[in-house]
Design a protein around this ligand. Sequence first.
Ligand code: GLY
Length: 391
Amino acid sequence: MSSPPSTHTSDVLVIGGGIIGLVTAWRAAQRGFATAVVDPEPGGGAAQVAAGMLAAVTELHYGEQMLLALNLASARRYPDFAAELTDLTGHDLGYRRCGTLAVALDADDRAHLRELHALQQQSGLKSEWLSGRECRRLEPMLAPGVRGGLRVDGDHQIDPRRLAAALVAACERAGVVFHRVRAERLTVERDRATGAVTADGTALGAGQVVLAGGSLSGRLAGVPDDVLPPVRPVKGQVLRLTVPKRYAPFLSRTVRAVVRGSSVYLVPRLSGELVVGATSEELGWDTTVTAGGVYELLRDAHELVPGITELPLTETRAGLRPGSPDNAPLLGPTELPGLLLATGHYRNGVLLTPVTGDAMAHVLATGGLPEEARPFTPRRFTADALTEQPA
Ligand code: GLY
C-alpha cells in the first residue's frame, strides 16, 4: 500500500507516549535527535493505573535472574533519575524511599516467603527475615495473624502518574514534538521502516522508528509478521483509597503478601493515597472493573490490614500490562531496518523506566545495545533463535 508523502519528519519517531515511549523520546532528544512522539494521550496508558512499586527484590522469581540484573541496574539509577527530572521540570514525583515488607498469613505463605528469602540470599540481595511480632512492631496496622515476613529496605516506590506528567514536561522542554493522534500503521518502504501514518491520515517520516506502544505494540498494522513483538495484554485491576489525616501514618512502607496464590500489595503515598493492587487476568483487551476483582482485592487486603475497611474507596481502575513470553522487555533493533522496540515490560515498566531510556538512547545513537540490555534484544524471539539448539 502506498503512503501519502510525509508532511512531518524527524530523526526518531516514537510510537506510544506511555512512560517507556516518553523516556525514550526524552533521552533521544537530549542526545540531539529531532524526536517526535505519536500518541492520542501522552502520559496515559498503564502508568495511570500502576502502583509504582520499585520492587526488584520482592518481585524476584525463579528463572528470572537475567531480568533481575536489569531491574537492579534501573533501581540503582532511580535516585539520580528522579532528581534530574524534578530539577528539570519542578515536578514532585512522589519518589519515596520507604522500603517494603512482604508478609505471610499462614504456614504455606511462610514456606513460600522462606523460599523467596533463600533465593534472594543466593542472588546476593539484601532482605531480613522477621517474626510476626517484629512485622507488627514495624507496621502496627498489620493483622494479628501475620506469621512472619521479609523486610526489604531497598524496594521503594514512585507515583507513576506524576512520573508520566514529569516526562511529558521534560520532553516538551527538550523539544520533542507531540502528535496527539493514534498511529494507525507503520510505513515500510524498500524493506525499511520509514515512519507511520496516523488515524487522521498524516504521514510522519523518520530515520528511526521506536515502537513503544505497551500492550498495543503487538498489533500495529503494517509491521511485518516476523518482527511483530510477541506482546499480549495482562489485565490488572487496582484500587485507590484515601487515608484521612487522623489515621496517618496508616502504613509507613509498602506491604504485600501472597493470599490464596494471588499477590496483593498496599502502597502508601505521602499524599494520603493508598494504592491496593492488583489482579492479573488474561482477558485480552478487556479493561472492565469487575465486582469480583474489587471484592478479591479488598478481601485479601483486609486479611492483611483489617483497618482498610474504614478508609474511603476513591478510585477503581483496570489497566493492561504488556506481557512478553519470558516476562522481560524487548529492547533495541528488530530484523526490519529502521524499526526498534521498547516494549514488553510486563510487571516492571515503572522500575525499568530509567534503564530503558538510557539503553534506547544508546542504541539509537550507536546502533548497538549497551551490555546490560543486550540479553533483551527482540531477536531472541525470531524463528532462528527459537529453533537454535544449544551446542
Ligand atoms: N508490578 C506490580 C504489578 O504488575 O502488579
